[in-house]
Design a protein. Structure first.
Length: 253
């Protein structure tokens, strides 16, 4: 694993729509040849909760125990969502920064996940970033949220959750699953510079939007297999699986 902690860049400028990782420096890489996840750290690449200990959706995110909810299978990270003995959904989330701010975060650059997603009603896999400074607002970039209830596309969203209750957001439905399948291996990426946030699917630009000022800061990565908190969670496959081949981050040279 390559990892530089809390990478900061003063001004990246507009880096354009072209994606060329050969012109960037690799700063983080996890191929999941081994499993480095703990409930809260320290000393692991990932923790198994949001750093602010926030659950969401119809499944509680679990501490790692044995092979649940995380395991290495066929050289990939397997995240499992399943019902417990009481019929309640449990699942998994990993974050690259812990509750004390330790771990990997980076200002600007390119962040990418290569993964195979579950499909069908009730599933809600995601790859997203959160700004490290949450004192006045939470800056969030949802690179991908796939709702199995809404096949054919996934959602990419840029959020600003202000502490005074205001919420700003811009989003796009990425209509790629009319021809591609979420159950196949694909790359989902975001390139962030001081002017734009750009989303990529299999290396191709699919959406871009102006960067809010709140997002000009180091951001850390999260990956989870959520379950929709609604009636469709009753129809979700039990168990459901998300497979992550790798996660990488690059910085502009």
């Amino acid at each position: 694993m390559v990892s530089i902690l809390d990478v900061r860049v003063a001004d990246a400028g507009d880096t354009g729509d072209t994606l060329d990782v050969s012109s960037m420096t690799l700063t983080f890489e996890d191929h999941f040849n081994d499993l480095s996840v703990s409930a809260w750290g320290p000393g692991t690449r990932w923790i198994s909760h949001t750093p602010w200990n926030g659950d969401f959706g119809g499944a509680r995110f679990s501490d790692p125990t044995g092979d649940f909810p995380f395991a290495i299978q066929d050289g990939m990270l397997r995240i499992t969502a399943a019902r417990d003995s009481k019929g309640l959904w449990r699942s998994g989330l990993i974050a690259s920064v812990d509750a004390h701010g330790n771990g990997f975060s980076q200002q600007y650059g390119y962040f990418e996940m290569r993964a195979r997603l579950p499909d069908g009603p009730g599933v809600w896999p995601a790859f997203w970033l959160i700004g490290k400074d949450r004192s006045t607002a939470t800056s969030e970039i949802d690179v991908i949220e796939y709702y199995g209830d809404k096949p054919g596309a996934y959602s990419s969203t840029v959020h600003v959750w202000h502490r005074d209750g205001r919420h700003d957001a811009t989003f796009s439905r990425i209509n790629v699953f009319a021809t591609a399948s979420p159950a196949d291996i694909h790359t989902y990426g975001v390139k962030i510079d001081s002017d734009f946030i750009r989303m990529y699917f299999d290396g191709n630009l699919v959406w871009k939007t102006k960067i809010p000022p709140e997002h000009r800061q180091p951001m850390y990565m999260l990956i989870d297999l959520g379950i929709v908190d609604g009636i469709t969670k009753m129809a979700a496959a039990d168990p459901s699986f998300m497979f992550v081949d790798y996660v990488r981050a690059y910085q502009f040279k």
